[in-house]
Design a protein around this ligand. Structure first.
Ligand code: NIG
Ligand code: FE
Length: 417
């Protein structure tokens, strides 16, 4: 199938094929073409340019069969790459949310068996079909909001059987959805109540039972650990990542959300694709990241929702680092997968420019889920994943007019959604 989108006010996010992430001062650059068109062939981006280009006029003359889509003077923006979510879950947790408003901390709720353990109880009694159906609705929701790629974690199972169930649901979502989906095995998300005081035995089970079974069914692309105060230690994380690596699972870990946990260092040691959250990041951690291939991935929704300190994203970029931002869509700490809102938070809460925010949520998100050779920018040969906005003045309007859906048309793999 071939099509042309024309009457585009501005086409944004053009990136050379060999650029897989942007960092430091390059994050403020977004290449763009005004009065543009884009040509899509077999689901891929096959060409783009200004409507005055002779090649465009020639294409229109020669190919009268092409389907024409009118962008109605909207902007054309590459789809968001949401590189950190927990969007397979069995039930919401608004009761806990009220406890949080009344003053209980995330850790206090976790200690009394709430939080992640609460979600785990619900997952264990839900069927694969139920989990698939509710996750499918969430996928539809994020597609409408402009997401084209999404990473989804297990981690609400916490038994071998329930972790495998979650990962099988993610596999089915991969098969049925037009989105590019990556699966992340997060067996070490919390220590189940019956393992309290025997944390090392739970870690042993993750290593000796869960990882081999996940690998045998080829259910995961990545491996994750919640390496933080009150959850898993650096030593636990070291053992788990080491075991995962032997099965070809690249690390992407939760780190430094609740304390200077050493999570960033252990992530970099295992060449993690990303270290995520990072509310507690100092100069030493930034130095470690600077010499690495690990993407610092910040989750504005979780810090906002939990009323936590914000990760030093501005400092990181000024230090020369790349930064990615994702939704962390989950029932406990960020019940929203709206990446347009993340774009607004990037500016409002972290002082990123609209251009930096766009790079953080597209190409750098793609890098953080290992798909930046396929998507995350407007590049010839990449998947035709993009959206057309409602008519607006320019990119600044996207973070500025926060809270509503500013998208008019969505294309994933060149197919209108
Ligand atoms: O990324 N920080 C750890 N895990 C999730 C929270 C999951 C939950 O509370 O259910 C997060 O925020
Ligand atoms: Fe998370």
């Amino acid at each position: 199938m071939e099509l042309i989108v024309n009457n585009i006010k501005e086409l944004l996010g053009i990136i050379d094929e060999d650029v897989l992430l942007v960092k430091g001062s390059d994050m403020s650059k977004v290449n763009r073409i005004k009065d543009a068109y884009i040509y899509v062939k077999d689901g891929l981006i096959a060409g783009f340019g200004n409507v005055e280009d002779s090649s465009y006029k020639q294409l229109l003359q020669e190919r009268t069969d092409l389907r024409l889509i009118d962008a109605e003077q909207g902007l054309l923006i590459p789809s968001f790459c949401d590189a950190h979510t927990h969007l397979v879950f069995a039930s919401s947790r608004e009761v806990e949310y009220v406890d949080k408003i009344k003053g209980l901390t995330y850790e206090e709720i976790a200690k009394r068996g709430g939080g992640i353990l609460n979600s785990a109880k619900a997952i264990q009694s839900a069927s694969e079909e139920e989990l698939f159906d509710s996750a499918w609705l969430r996928l539809q929701e994020i597609i409408e909001m402009g997401t084209g790629s999404v990473e989804i974690k297990s981690g609400y199972g916490l038994t071998t059987e329930a972790e495998l169930k979650m990962l099988r649901v993610i596999r089915k979502l991969k098969e049925k959805s037009p989105l590019t989906i990556k699966a992340n095995f997060l067996g070490a998300h919390a220590v189940p109540l019956d393992y309290r005081g025997r944390q090392h035995e739970y870690v042993d089970m993750v290593i000796n039972e869960m990882i081999p079974m996940v690998a045998a069914e080829d259910l995961a692309d990545f491996i994750d650990v919640f390496c933080d105060k009150g959850f898993f230690t650096v030593e636990d994380t070291d053992r788990i990542l080491n075991a995962g690596m032997k099965y070809g699972l690249r690390a992407k870990i939760h780190a430094n959300e609740l304390a200077l946990s050493g999570g960033i260092q252990v992530g970099v040691k295992y060449n993690a694709l990303s270290v995520d959250h990072l509310e507690f990041t100092g100069e030493e951690e930034m130095k470690v990241l600077l010499g690495s291939e690990t993407m610092p991935l910040i989750l504005p929704g979780a810090a906002f929702f939990l009323n936590m300190p914000y990760a030093p994203a501005r400092k990181m970029i000024d230090y020369g680092l790349p930064v990615a931002m994702a939704s962390d869509f989950n029932p406990g700490s960020s019940p929203s997968g709206n990446m347009q809102l993340i774009l607004s938070m990037a500016s409002i809460l972290y002082r990123l420019t609209p251009e930096e925010g766009l790079n953080a949520t597209t190409i750098n998100g793609a890098y953080a889920m290992d798909v930046s050779t396929e998507t995350g920018s407007i590049t010839i040969g990449k998947k035709a994943d993009f959206f057309i906005t409602k008519p607006m003045s320019g990119l600044e309007y996207m973070p500025y007019y926060y809270g509503t859906n500013k998208i008019n048309k969505v294309f994933i793999g060149g197919v209108r959604q």
